[in-house]
Design a protein around this ligand. Structure first.
Ligand code: MRU
Length: 352
């Protein structure tokens, strides 16, 4: 099976024995690619956020499952499925908040369950094809999200974004950065403000790197400068990605997002969430049910500083995500369109 390279940051090795990723923890200083072929290394890459961003986590998990499925030695469907299921559970255990991880793995598992009568080599082949389909669909979805989001942008706008929802986190155009990149391609004058996104600095390391390389007019700010740039009148809209969308429109995204939404409401600035419909969790009625990943204190105390910035042993609180209340969100943009409140009704359309 020959597979073309679909994206620069996650793809299958030519011999299909490994998944190749661009190690996002090394950016922007080094562009280092890693070849991962064991479940332990794959889970480590997810937990350390060498590969990150909700849609890309799903794509990576799908390719990983294919590589691991090729390694399974089994003489019956039942034996094969049991081993595969263990790998699904292991990959799923890596990061709890982004809906796309479970979504992609559920999709792969359902496919396998639907083809019990196929031969094991055929099933393995189907897993590979499905992983590729998930990535191809993501490329199309991101393009459509970009087009839908572009309808909300105006010439000369200042846009604030948080974390990284660009090509490193989703295919090609990304999600929240999609309209910006598409507008830029079309010659629009857009200025982007990006919060550094403590503690792992995805805004500084990844978003400013992506936009700067593309020639987009971008200014990096510290997270505590959001109110000031809004008060200065420099922000006409906020565009952020999402990790999980509840059916009532509550949205989990990188820690700090909900504070930005509250500020946007105060200053009368529209707050838009952009993501694929696969980030909508049909089993999650509201944000209270979203499990928030807690991460190591070391990330707050010392990550990306040459020396620790706090006493060793000091208590740290490090939730990786927060939930933005649906009442603060002006619209949710998916590949299917721009959805306005009441979200409990309109998101049902997005899922249909
Ligand atoms: O912890 P991360 O870096 O994986 O968190 C990423 C985000 O919060 C993104 O905004 C979200 O996944 C959308 S990516 C298109």
């Amino acid at each position: 099976m020959s597979r073309e390279r679909l994206a620069e940051n996650v793809y299958l090795a030519p011999d299909e024995d490994a998944v190749i990723i661009l190690d996002q923890t090394k950016l922007p200083n080094e562009e280092e690619y890693l070849s991962l072929s064991t479940a332990e290394d794959m889970v480590e890459a997810l937990q350390s956020m060498r590969v990150r961003g909700a849609p890309v986590i799903g794509i990576f998990a799908a390719y990983s499952l294919y590589v691991l499925a090729r390694q399974i030695e089994a003489d019956s469907y039942e034996d094969f499925y049991e081993q595969l299921h263990q790998q699904v559970d292991f990959l799923n255990s890596s990061r709890p908040t982004a809906a796309n991880l479970r979504w992609a793995l559920d999709r792969m598992e359902s496919l396998v369950q639907a083809h019990k009568r196929a031969s094991l080599p055929e099933i393995v082949q189907m897993i590979g094809d499905e992983a590729e389909a998930i990535q191809r669909e993501d490329i199309q979805m991101c393009r459509q999200i970009a087009e839908n989001g572009l309808t909300l942008l105006e010439e000369g706008d200042g846009i604030l974004t948080h974390c990284n929802a660009g090509a490193l986190a989703a295919s090609r155009y990304g999600t929240a950065l999609g309209p910006i990149l598409l507008g830029h391609d079309q010659g629009m004058d857009i200025h982007v403000y990006v919060g550094e996104t403590r503690p792992l600095l995805q805004g500084a390391r990844l978003t400013s790197y992506e936009l700067y390389r593309e020639g987009v007019d971008v200014t990096l700010i510290c997270d505590n400068m959001v109110s000031t740039v809004m008060k200065n009148g420099w922000i006409q809209a906020v565009f952020v990605g999402c990790d999980r969308i509840a059916l009532n429109g509550d949205v989990a995204n990188k820690i700090g997002t909900s504070g930005i939404a509250i500020l946007a409401k105060h200053y009368g600035i529209p707050f838009y969430v952009l993501g694929p419909s696969s980030s909508i969790d049909p089993e999650c009625p509201n944000g209270d049910g979203i499990l928030i990943e807690m991460r190591e204190a070391e990330e707050v105390r010392s990550a990306y500083f040459s020396e620790p910035i706090a006493p060793e042993g000091v208590a740290c609180y490090n939730p990786s995500f927060d939930v933005t209340d649906h009442s603060l969100i002006t619209a949710i943009i998916t590949e299917k369109g721009v959805f306005y409140p009441p979200y409990d009704r309109t998101l049902a359309e997005a899922l249909s």
